[in-house]
Design a protein around this ligand. Structure first.
Ligand code: ZN
Length: 309
């Protein structure tokens, strides 16, 4: 297998890897520039140079946070990337700036599940659902050993399935989606609402006006904070609803849970999600294994490099 480059374009950093066969040859990263698509593509070209001469001209896979047209590589709706308001033809732009003859752009949650399937917690399973719990909730499906993208590029958008009809408002504007209950931003919003209603909680005391990071949830839970525990329980049960539904619909054998929240809260959190999933299944004994992701924040870049093979 020839060498490929994988790029994980995130809201805060851009990660690049050079992969040859099963070996990670080099990995470099930089902060995501705020200047919009041109600045981001320049940063990608600079990272490529940093990867060394082995990265010159090789095929490039890019994982990006948004909805990507699978036919054209045009990135639509990327609210976490400043300046990416209209559709951005990211694939052609990267090809032109780097001289790569082949550039494939895919959703970041989708490419991460490819990496976990090939070299992480999804190894050996034909079908894998990856669920990434961070600021929002993303996901991706490998089915019969291949990434399923779907004609609209929307396969695996598990953060936007309804877990409570008419429930909490999601960041996307619709009601009752999983992300509103299990995503870090949704949990923060609910914690602040309860605090404003007069409930004391360490979550707001520790975060102040700043972002309520995953580490703050971990600290509050450790200290036995009641609001934090209730929010976590709601998140776990919401995940159980969504994951048991997915598992039932396709007789799923493996679910991998990763992302910033999952990394901070660790194995006990993933075990609770597994329990909340199994107790909703018709035949729990044949239900899926629910395992923590193994590749951490390199999963996106590695998956992008694997996908372009
Ligand atoms: Zn939503």
């Amino acid at each position: 297998v020839a060498a490929t480059v994988g790029i994980d374009l995130g809201g805060t950093k851009v990660q690049a890897v050079l992969v040859d066969g099963d070996d990670l040859v080099a990995d470099v990263r930089t902060s995501t520039p705020a200047g919009g698509p041109e600045a981001v593509v320049e940063a990608i070209a600079a990272l490529l140079a940093d990867l060394g001469s082995g990265a010159k001209g090789v095929p490039i896979g890019v994982g990006a946070p948004g909805v990507i047209d699978p036919r054209t590589g045009v990135l639509h709706r990327a609210p976490n990337l400043p300046g990416f308001d209209a559709g951005v033809a990211l694939g052609p732009m990267v090809a032109e700036a780097t001289g790569a003859e082949r550039v494939v752009v895919a959703n970041d949650a989708n490419v991460a599940v490819v990496a976990e399937h090939v070299m992480g917690a999804g190894r050996g399973a034909a079908d894998v659902l990856g669920v990434w719990v961070g600021t929002g909730v993303g996901g991706g499906f490998v089915l019969d050993g291949r990434l399923r993208v779907g004609p609209s590029g929307l396969t695996g958008e598990i953060g936007h399935v309804v877990v409570v009809d008419g429930g909490r408002r999601c960041a996307c504007g619709l009601d009752g989606h999983l992300e509103a209950y299990a995503g870090r931003a949704g949990m923060e919003k609910e914690a602040r609402r309860r605090y404003a209603d007069g409930e004391a909680t360490l979550l707001v005391e520790l975060a102040g006006e700043g972002r309520m990071k995953s580490g703050i949830f971990a600290k509050a839970l450790e200290a036995g904070d009641r609001v934090a525990e209730e929010l976590l329980e709601e998140a776990v049960q919401a995940l159980g609803v969504a994951l048991s539904t997915a598992a039932t619909l396709i007789d799923l054998q493996r679910i991998v849970v990763g992302g910033g929240v999952a990394e901070k809260l660790g194995v006990p959190y993933v075990a609770r999600i597994g329990e909340a999933t199994r107790r909703r299944l018709l035949v729990p004994e044949t239900g899926p294994e629910v395992l923590p992701a193994e590749l951490g924040d390199l999963a996106g870049a590695l998956g992008a490099a694997l996908l372009v093979r």
